[in-house]
Design a protein around this ligand. Structure first.
Ligand code: TXA
Ligand code: MG
Length: 327
């Protein structure tokens, strides 16, 4: 799908300070050279992203860590050995090679090696660290296909590499490692259970019902309560609450349902997206953002989204749902 000559062209664009959207196993990224402040500034501009929200830096190999981080703690090394390339981002204390613009003034840098042949080929070819947030407008639904990127950013960026749909479908897990021990800053494609099996207990910043981090929690600057949002109003309900309207006044208008697997009262909904008929969280995750986009385009008055079991990938999906609802 992506030829070597397209990769070579993309690397050239990145070296010249351009912006290239590329596939990763999680979501599409909007890449710029992490060593080029003007290019990084353009990423913030094009996305409409506030400057206080730091970017993840993507690298081709673990050798880059020594240049970009002052310290590579033993736990981080173990996690890197086990999960890289893969959907895990490690937040480490940064060297001056990475500018404050990339890290939004944080003394730390978020690093990951993506597990996608196109991303890896690009990173090896360009031989630079690439800062890449998800390739969507700030606060909106993350892109899992090249077409999603094109719809929102097509006319503002230099190139889109089309590697087909993303395999994982939610962003990487962001884990801070430092003197205070490991802290989960964002649940994502690598599960908490998988991480804890390698390094033992991980602290979860207290998240209150509004999705805001409680006092004393280590801040991840970009984790805002409203994010990943469709334009249509979205409410979240737990699976066993019954259909929309059993416990409250049935909302008026055309209602869409984002369902994990089975649908008890299909007749209540104008449009239904079933994420995994067999109830497989991995499949549900891969379909999640695309299904949410389809509902958002269906001319509905309300999207009702079902929660997932709060374990494994379900944690990441529930986090995205809470933020999509802005609750
Ligand atoms: O899967 C992913 O991680 C995708 C693909 C493209 O790699 N990227 C992605 O980037 O999701 P973005 O910009 O949408 O999310 C980056 C988030 C920030 O909002 C913040 O929560 C966290 O990562 N982050 C980045 N740098 C950080 C730092 N130095 N300290 C704490 N959190 C950081
Ligand atoms: Mg994002």
């Amino acid at each position: 799908m992506v030829s070597d000559s397209q990769i070579a062209q993309a690397a050239k664009v990145l070296r010249a300070g351009g912006l290239v959207a590329f596939p990763t196993e999680t979501v599409y990224g909007l890449g710029a050279s992490a060593l080029d402040e003007r290019a990084v500034a353009r990423v913030f501009e094009v996305k409409g992203r506030p400057r206080f929200d730091p970017l993840i830096v993507h690298v081709a190999s673990v050798d880059w860590v020594a240049r970009l981080a002052t310290d590579f703690p033993a736990e981080a090394q173990e996690l890197a050995r086990r999960f890289w390339p893969g959907p895990l981002t490690l937040v480490l204390s940064k060297t001056p090679v990475i500018s404050d613009l990339v890290t939004a003034g944080c003394p730390t840098v978020a690093l990951r090696i993506p597990d996608h042949p196109v991303a890896l080929n690009l990173l090896r070819t360009v031989d630079l660290p690439i800062a890449a947030p998800s390739a969507n407008l700030f606060g909106r639904i993350s892109p899992t296909t090249a077409a999603h990127v094109g719809e929102q950013l097509g006319d503002q960026i230099d190139m889109i590499l089309d590697g087909g749909p993303c395999r994982v479908g939610v962003e990487s897990t962001v884990l801070q490692l430092g003197p205070g021990g490991p802290v989960l800053l964002r649940p994502g494609g690598t599960t908490l259970e998988e991480i804890e099996a390698v390094i033992g207990p991980v602290r979860l910043p207290a998240v209150d019902a509004k999705g805001e981090q409680g006092a004393g929690a280590l801040a991840s600057p970009g984790m805002l309560p409203q994010h990943y949002a469709p334009r249509t109003r979205l409410i979240v309900k737990t699976r066993d609450e019954g259909s929309a309207g059993e416990h409250e006044q049935r909302p008026a208008g055309r209602i869409g349902l984002l369902a994990f697997h089975t649908v008890p009262r299909a007749e209540d909904y104008a449009r239904i997206e079933v994420l995994s008929p067999t109830g497989d969280l991995r499949e549900a995750t891969a379909n999640f953002f695309a299904a949410l986009r389809r509902l958002d385009k269906a001319g509905l008055d309300l999207i009702v989204a079902e929660t997932f079991p709060e374990a494994g990938l379900g944690r990441a999906l529930n986090d995205r749902l809470r933020r999509a609802a802005g609750t």
